[in-house]
Design a protein around this ligand. Structure first.
Ligand SMILES: [Ca+2]
Ligand SMILES: [Ca+2]
Length: 220
């Protein structure tokens, strides 16, 4: 399956920007764990670690730092709410900061993670209260934050049945065939999105249509 993950592309830039050199100790345990769970070699991990410490001497990225970097990539939009959700989805231990391990997992996911890993992450993004299931309200919450990143002008180009956060939420929710107050499990979410490209498109932040058209023109 081909995933565009435009979001991932921008996210990768955000995360890379947090990177440049200062020496520090990287524990052997953590190094082994990261080597096993990502595509990075020991050498690459050391390089990322130096960059990480240079940018974040405390060894932690705060939510404010994350938001401000995000804002620099979306100067014409309001990415704050979305950035907060993305931050939460990467903050695996819920301590309000991203440490090196969480940072590397984010970097791995947004650049070269497997489809299923990306969908596990998408599930975490949509599971706003982290209780292991997704409700319609949670979908609405994320879809609203995605809409804040799409200009009013570009919103006009969206199909009629998905040009408001409410309509788009309905469309996603209908697909899963749940009752109004039902819940989607992680397994159902991943399988559902893998089976339906349309849902995959609806759950992610897409490049505005006009940008896509411009890119297509360039290729021709
Ligand atoms: Ca954390
Ligand atoms: Ca939830």
């Amino acid at each position: 399956m081909q995933l565009s993950w435009t979001l991932g592309h921008n996210l990768k830039k955000v995360i890379e920007k947090m990177g440049n050199a200062k020496s520090g100790a990287l524990s052997k345990e953590l190094l082994e764990e990261l080597k096993m769970n990502t595509k990075y070699s020991e050498e690459q991990l050391y390089v990322w670690y130096q960059k990480f410490l240079n940018e974040c001497p405390t060894g932690r990225i705060s939510q404010e730092q994350f938001e401000s970097i995000y804002a620099s990539f979306f100067p014409d939009a309001d990415p704050k709410a979305y950035a907060q959700h993305v931050f939460r989805s990467f903050d695996a231990n819920s301590d309000g900061t991203l440490d090196f391990k969480e940072y590397i997992v984010a970097l791995h996911l947004t650049s070269s993670g497997k489809t299923v890993e990306k969908l596990e992450w998408a599930f975490a993004l949509y599971d706003v209260d982290r209780n292991g299931t997704i409700t319609k309200n949670e979908i609405h919450e994320i879809v609203k934050s995605i809409f804040n990143m799409i200009s009013k002008e570009d919103q006009k180009n969206l199909p009629d049945d998905e040009n408001t956060p409410e309509k788009r939420t309905e469309k996603i929710w209908d697909f899963f065939g749940k009752k109004e107050n039902g819940k989607i499990t992680e397994g159902e979410f991943i399988q559902g999105v893998m089976d339906n490209k349309n849902i995959l498109r609806l759950i992610q932040f897409d490049e505005p249509q006009k940008v896509q058209e411009r890119l297509k023109e360039k290729k021709q």
